[in-house]
Design a protein around this ligand. Structure first.
Ligand code: H2B
Length: 93
């Protein structure tokens, strides 16, 4: 059940519960800003631990002062509730 693709309406309804996440090219996306490289790296390491615990893994672009998180459910070929659960846990970091 968890890995059933959500409809466009369901995605929009779930997005409304999150802060600053967008739905672009079939993925949830959020960009985080940091004052230096070390804090970007620390942030994505924490996300890595969460992803392993959830068995649900985002794609990440990061560098000096930023991290961009992209989430989709590869097994379902779209967005599922697992993506929103992961986004909420990332926001709680
Ligand atoms: N992460 C994401 N983002 N989507 C998946 O479909 C997915 C995953 N599947 N992490 C998991 C791993 C699956 O391949 C393993 C076997 O549970």
């Amino acid at each position: 059940m968890e890995r059933v693709k959500l409809s466009a309406e369901e995605i929009l309804a779930n997005l409304a519960e999150l802060n600053y996440w967008k739905f672009i090219d079939g993925k949830l996306l959020k960009r985080f800003a940091f004052p230096n490289f070390a804090e970007s790296l620390s942030f994505i390491n924490k996300i890595g631990e969460i992803a392993e615990a959830q068995d649900h893994h985002p794609d990440i672009n990061f560098g000096w002062g930023y991290a961009e998180i992209f989430i989709t459910t590869h097994d379902a070929g779209g967005i599922t509730t697992k993506d929103f659960e992961l986004a909420k846990k990332i926001d709680a970091v």
